[in-house]
Design a protein. Structure first.
Lengths: 151, 741
């Protein structure tokens, strides 16, 4: 049994220590937010926040994050009370398919936590390692800018 | 708005709760034939029953059933807007069932930018029909004339204050009628949703991690499958240590059938580990020789081709040529490269039904192909579309569905989830074919084009399952393999390899020849735009070269040769928005323009880009892009802009960076490092302007910007540094080599 602290709740999982956090979050704890994109730390689809850092859960073993604060997309807000970033992505229709959206929002959350009023260029730099195949980049940047303007 | 994921409930409800406009199919057909009406609009043609599309449920829900599926193009939002407006209901009242082969109207494949023309048109007509029928009933019930009734969210009010609702009205046989396609539709002034920007219905759940993706389905008892693919297209499995794999933790079953090798395990990482062990132990018989990407254009020219002249218009005898110019353009294989790899869940239940949840674009035909592969009756295979990552064409989705079905058959009763790895997706999806294009023009003394010759060489752009197991990857690897059918090229009016090969310009003499190759250098199928991307690249690059030769502004030169009013309008609109006429040329910078009407019958798009080219490194920086688009009547302005901008950025990525590398050892582009795509810091600002044409037909939009973007970019590079790169992608090395040549 490994105890993981996810979205403020400590939850026990029976998975080996070297199991990737992504699969444990998705399959054992049934979170939908983090997505499998590459499993190689190349795309950002699986991003979660651990102790304030954007982390790629596909290459993170559960054994390495015991006792740390893990936040998934679900931990930010839900449909009735979305986080300002989630709301901004809705308002800007900041997606085509939206498969990359989890990674974009989670990475942007860490950016805004550290730099509440980023410039367009700073947002692009921060998200440069998060891939989007649909070409929704400019909408995503607009959504992050919009969220940064919300109180 | 509520998108059903649990279709079983819906099926259960179908008998008792659904008070639908049912009419036996034979009777509907007979009525159709007797009246011999003009053909019904859009997809109604093949699905004429109202009840195939709309159901009014006793609890006040209205269910829209469609055969087209959501691929990230926003179609479910757009058809909801249409349905809600035509039926006078709130969008929240609608539930949608899309792409369920047991429930939805068969609208074929969701591709070719046909969703709005086919599905949007049908939904509009059928919703208007339903409203007319319902108002007729209300008129009787309320004792008021139908045109005096006011409807608000399905509640119908008479002038005297009496009221009823749609769901009270629909109670029996009287509603069972085939669609007419003739009921009046809403005038623009009476619409609440059409033409308005609203938040797409699928975005809130996606932004919050609510269940909407196929990846998020977790049926009870679900187990995980993985397939070990050969290292190379034609490699044959000699042996693998199946027993060792069976002993690994969590492994439930190991399946080998010919060269098809797969594993089912309790946990996902256990399936991945077992597949890795199988891969390591597997010995393959590798072909000695195979085509390589470096020499693909020689390979294209060396193949046996099927040659078809698709346009032949002799140059008038009175025109004499002052010069003849020829060029050759090339593009490599390019991949769809969805961010989310292909996923499916297959379950073989006790009743002998194989159910597959899939993000296939062609649930009906893929279901039939899977039935053939399994040797099952077609009616026993049920396909249910659930949203997956955008695919941009025929990617691995159908093959993953077939993988899931094969593994599910080995463990009856257990839902088997398949998710391809990044490596699987990159190496095994069917790519957009490499092409070679030769152009030749005769110009008069002024430099105007009097004769135009265009020849193209291409492998197939269409190997979708199409009811044939031989088009499913795993079916070809079985011990008793299903042979791949010989691919055919799609003909007019849409064309395939030769899509957009016929120019829209009014050149006096024109000849266009397709050299179609039915063999493969790499697996290939439909990818956003099919041949249009390459053909438009060549046409619009060449015309730019001829403009430069004639010393005429490239916009002016195009307009000289183009009579089509809507084509001219998008060119002028794009130029004006960009500031074409007062553009100040700076060293190392340039602008380029290009235009096409997708398929010569869908949306019109003109694109202008501005670039900065570093002459020392050859690196191109795209500074900004402008697109002008005419998609006919616009239902969702933001949706159209999103498609055009997304396609533009994707095409920039193809054009600047992408080419699949492969050789006898297999595909070498196997992840995002070996096959990089455009990233945030490389994406330019994009402005999209729409020319809305209310009252005109919907013209498909989704693929319209792929072609013009490529040529606009190459033309801008020429404007910036005076060199032409005709070999895609426009890598720094190629640009630098051209500058130094
Ligand atoms: S899935 Fe983790 S970075 Fe791509
Ligand atoms: S919106 Fe589809 S990958 Fe980004």
């Amino acid at each position: 049994m490994t105890a993981l602290k996810v979205n403020g709740r400590t939850q026990d999982v029976s998975a080996p220590d070297d199991a990737p956090l992504l699969y444990v979050l998705r399959n054992d704890l049934k979170y939908n937010g983090p997505k499998y994109g590459c499993g190689l730390s190349q795309c950002g689809a699986c991003t979660v926040i651990i102790d304030g850092q954007a982390v790629r859960s596909c290459v993170t073993s559960i054994g390495s994050v015991v006792g740390q604060e893990i936040t998934t997309l679900e931990g930010l807000g839900d449909m009735s009370a979305p986080h300002k970033l989630q709301k901004a992505f809705m308002d800007e229709n900041a997606a085509q398919c939206g498969y990359c959206m989890n990674g974009m929002i989670m990475r942007a959350k860490v950016l805004l936590d550290n730099n509440p009023k980023p410039t367009d260029g700073e947002i692009r730099q921060a998200l440069d390692g998060n891939l989007c195949r649909c070409g929704a980049h400019n909408r995503i940047v607009r959504a992050v800018l919009r969220a940064s303007q919300e109180a | 708005m509520n998108i059903e994921t649990n279709r079983r409930d819906l099926l259960k409800g179908a008998g008792a709760l659904v008070l639908a406009f049912e009419l036996p199919a034979s009777e509907a057909a007979a009525q159709q034939a007797a009246a011999a009406p003009p053909p019904l609009p859009g997809s109604l043609r093949n699905n004429p029953k109202v009840s195939s599309w709309l159901r009014i449920e006793a609890d006040g829900k209205i269910r829209l059933l469609v055969g087209k599926v959501e691929l990230g193009q926003g179609i479910l939002t757009a058809v909801s807007q249409i349905c809600a407006d035509e039926l006078d209901i709130d969008m929240k009242r609608l539930s949608i069932t899309s792409g369920d082969t047991w429930l939805s109207p068969n609208e074929g494949t969701t591709a070719g930018s046909f969703s709005m023309p086919d599905c949007g048109t049908a939904v509009r007509a059928v919703s208007a029909d339903a409203r007319r029928i319902l108002l007729g009933l209300a008129s009787q019930k309320l004792g008021a004339e139908a045109d005096k009734l006011v409807v608000s969210d399905g509640t119908v009010r008479a002038p005297d204050g009496k009221q009823t609702t749609y769901w009270e009205l629909v109670s029996g046989q009287e509603l069972e009628v085939p669609a007419t396609g003739k009921s009046p539709t809403k005038p623009a002034s009476a619409r609440k949703y059409i033409g308005k920007n609203i938040t797409r219905i699928d975005i809130p759940p996606k932004a919050t991690g609510s269940l909407i993706w196929i990846q998020d389905l977790r049926p009870d008892g679900m187990v995980h499958g993985r397939v070990v693919r050969p290292p190379q297209y034609d490699a044959k499995l000699i042996n693998a240590d199946l027993d060792a794999a069976r002993k690994l933790p969590g492994v439930i079953e190991v399946v080998r059938d010919g060269s098809f090798l797969g594993v089912v395990a309790q946990r996902e990482e256990q399936a991945i580990n077992a597949a890795a062990a199988l891969r390591q132990s597997a010995r393959w018989d590798m072909p000695k020789e195979a085509p390589a990407s470096d020499t693909v254009h020689d390979w294209l020219l060396a193949q046996k081709t099927k040659d078809v002249v698709i346009k032949d218009q002799a140059k008038p005898a009175n025109l004499t040529a002052a010069a003849t110019i020829e060029q050759t353009y090339k593009r490599p294989f390019v991949m769809h490269a969805s961010i989310g790899p292909s996923t499916a869940i297959g379950t073989l239940t006790e009743d002998g039904v194989m159910t597959v949840q899939t993000h296939s674009q062609s649930v009906f035909e893929t279901g039939a192909a899977i039935a053939q592969m399994l040797g099952m009756d077609k009616t026993k295979v049920r396909m249910q579309h659930v949203q997956g990552c955008a695919c941009y064409g025929h990617n691995g989705a159908d093959d993953a569905a077939a993988d899931a079905a094969l593994l599910a058959r080995a463990v009856p009763g257990k839902p088997v989830r398949i998710q391809w790895s990044r490596n699987d997706e990159h190496k095994w999806e069917p790519y957009n074919s490499a092409m070679l294009l030769k152009t030749k023009a005769e110009v008069d003394a002024k430099g105007d084009i009097i004769d135009w010759r265009f020849e193209l060489w291409s492998t197939s752009h269409g190997t979708r399952p199409g009811n044939n197991a031989g088009n499913l990857l795993p079916a070809r690897h079985l011990a008793k393999p299903f042979p791949m059918p010989e691919p055919v090229n799609g003909g007019p009016p849409n064309y395939a390899a030769d899509r957009n090969a016929i120019p829209l310009y009014d050149f006096p003499g024109q000849k266009v020849t397709t050299h179609f190759i039915s063999s493969f250098a790499a697996r290939a199928s439909s990818t956003r735009g099919l041949g249009a991307y390459s053909n438009v690249f060549a046409i619009e690059s060449f015309i730019d070269e001829l403009a430069a030769r004639a010393k005429v502004d490239p916009l002016e030169y195009r307009l000289r040769h183009l009579k089509d009013e809507r084509g001219r309008a998008v060119l002028q609109k794009a130029a004006e928005t960009f500031g074409w006429s007062n553009f100040k040329k700076q060293p190392g910078r340039g602008r380029g323009i290009a235009f096409a009407r997708y398929k010569n019958l869908a949306a019109f798009t003109a694109i202008v880009v501005e670039v900065d080219v570093n002459a020392a490194t050859g690196k191109i920086r795209v500074l900004r892009a402008v697109a002008a688009n005419d998609s006919g009547e616009v239902v969702s302005p933001d949706g159209v802009k999103n498609q055009i901008e997304g396609g533009l950025i994707q095409s920039l990525s193809w054009t600047l960076k992408e080419g699949v590398r492969y050789d006898a050892s297999g595909v070498r582009s196997e992840d995002w490092t070996s096959y990089p795509i455009l990233t945030f810091t490389e994406v330019p600002p994009v402005e999209v302007v729409l020319i809305d044409r209310p009252g005109t037909p919907f013209l498909g939009t989704g693929e319209a910007s792929q072609g013009p973007t490529s040529a606009a970019l190459a033309n801008a590079v020429f404007d910036a540094v005076g060199v032409r790169v005709r070999d895609l992608p426009l890598t720094p090395a190629r640009v630098k080599a051209a500058i130094n040549a």
